[in-house]
Design a protein around this ligand. Structure first.
Ligand code: BES
Ligand code: MN
Ligand code: ZN
Length: 467
């Protein structure tokens, strides 16, 4: 479901606003005339001025009791303002209109966080509704507009990933991509076969819902030579295949197309944000299921471009579909940079946890750009190393490569997965985002709701629009 909360800009705080939020600085001084003993109130509640802190004060209004929410903004940084915005939207749950006296600083970040905190995905009608409307007093309309576009893109990525796999199969994902108002090309199973996409076909073989490769193209109004390709993992359900997952690990795997969802959502928002670079999105979509037609551990497959891989574990399927798309991007699309995004390995959750995503890169300039975009956007990234000494982990005695290490001499599951992908990315600047840890949230908190996070949308939009 898209975010239903509306956001608007008002020039002034309307008289007698029923629910009004007013920031206070660390010196605890109010910024509008409230006819309230603000200093005393803050002292009474021992308010510290931290971001996310709210002191709620009932006030007399013509038709009953209204509320003023005095809110802290911490150090006023974008990160702090996001915390404040999210806390306000959460506090206003079930209410009609929250009028917000806008804080100093990054209003786009503040408004974006408030909107994201109002996101919900419900099949059924239980629970309090998010606040109906946010009115930002004194805000810059362009910043609020940007916040809306970005937040709706994140919401789309979350919706796609939260949709149950009984509804969501590769063809369904292709239909959703087709609704973005961009030129689109979809390879069905026959076309995949004809063009030699052996990895996507092998992973999809076990399912009654056949695989798809989806290509979306964005061209900016101003002609440009710069061309970026984004590649997303689009496994609409990852059962593990014949290398079947245990139930507890399997029940989260409807979100294994989170990377693909991010690519679809990002492509869909580029025009509205006026991104100055040409972007092609590729979503490698398949359902990984066990069956009589499924690929077997020990099968050898042939990827786009001809490289062969011995599939020793059918649960390492993400790299197989991505390899085809990366090889295709390199051979056909002639990009200046390729970035793939994938819920690729459980191992990255061990390394970086649930709050920070991994970036691997063959190119320092690209790595720096992505790390900077991450900092600005609140999708946090940490650069991981491509350790060449671990490459022998992927040797096969009968094929060009194996998809997993046979023993446990090298370990480093996320790094060896990245090394596998690098083999297919060619010599262009390439980066890989492993979002298995950050793609799904276990908490309902701040800008996050339980389930899909849309991690990557904000950082990629930041990178592609501010570059
Ligand atoms: N989709 C999973 C990775 C994953 C795990 C995403 C948990 C989100 C949460 C991926 O396809 C996978 O199964 N990876 C295996 C690789 C292994 C077989 C080398 C893993 O991490 O166990
Ligand atoms: Mn898997
Ligand atoms: Zn997977």
């Amino acid at each position: 479901m898209p975010i239903e909360t509306t956001a608007s800009v008002v020039a002034e705080v309307p008289d007698g606003a029923e629910l009004l939020a007013v920031p206070y600085g660390s010196d605890l001084s109010p910024e509008v005339e409230l006819h309230l003993p603000v200093g005393d109130l803050l002292a009474h509640y021992e308010a510290k001025g931290e971001a996310g802190e709210i002191v709620e004060v009932p006030v007399a209004r013509a038709d009953g009791v209204g509320r003023v929410l005095l809110y802290g903004v911490g150090d006023g940084s974008a990160r702090a303002l996001r915390k404040a915005g999210a806390a306000l939207a959460r506090r206003a749950k079930g209410r009609d209109t929250l009028t917000v006296v806008t804080p100093e600083g990054d209003v786009a970040a503040f408004a974006e966080a408030a909107l994201l905190a109002a996101y919900s995905f419900k099949i059924g009608s239980e629970g309090k509704k998010p606040v109906r409307a946010l009115a930002f007093a004194g805000a810059d309309a362009a910043q609020v507009r940007r916040a809306q576009v970005v937040a709706q893109a994140v919401a789309l990525a979350r919706d796609l990933a939260n949709t149950p796999s009984s509804v969501k199969n590769p063809a369904w994902l292709a239909e959703r991509a087709t609704e973005r108002g961009l030129p689109v090309r979809v390879w069905d199973e026959e076309q995949l076969q004809a063009d030699g996409f052996g990895g996507i076909l092998a992973v999809g073989r076990g399912s009654v819902s056949p695989p798809r490769l989806i290509q979306l193209s964005y061209t900016p109004a101003e002609p440009t030579d710069r061309h970026v390709v984004l590649v997303g993992k689009g496994i609409t359900f990852d059962s593990g295949g014949l290398s079947l997952k245990p139930t507890d690990n399997m029940k989260t795997q409807k979100t294994d197309m989170a990377g693909g969802a991010v690519v679809i959502a990002v492509l869909g928002a580029l025009a509205e944000l006026g991104a100055p670079v040409r972007v092609t999105g590729l979503i490698a979509a398949a359902e990984n299921m066990p069956s009589g037609t499924a690929q077997r551990p020990s099968d050898v497959i042939k990827h786009y471009g001809g490289r062969t891989v011995e599939v020793l574990n059918t649960d390492a399927e993400g790299r197989l579909v991505l390899a085809d798309a990366l090889a295709y991007a390199d051979a056909v699309l002639d990009p200046d940079a390729v970035v793939d995004i994938a819920t690729l390995t459980g191992a990255i959750t061990v390394a970086l946890g649930r709050n920070v995503g991994a970036v691997y890169a063959s190119d320092d300039v690209l790595a720096k750009q992505l790390l900077e975009a991450a900092d600005g956007s609140d999708d946090r990234l940490w650069r991981m190393p491509l350790i060449d000494e671990y490459k022998p982990a992927l040797e096969s005695s009968i094929a060009d490569l194996a998809n997993v290490e046979s023993g446990s001499r090298f370990g480093a599951g996320s790094i060896t997965a990245a090394l596998f992908l690098r083999e297919f990315a060619g010599r262009r600047p390439w980066a890989h985002l492993d979002i298995a840890g950050v793609g799904r949230s276990t908490v309902d908190e701040g800008t996050l709701t339980k389930g899909a996070t849309g991690f990557g949308v904000r950082l990629l939009l930041e990178w592609l629009t501010r570059a």
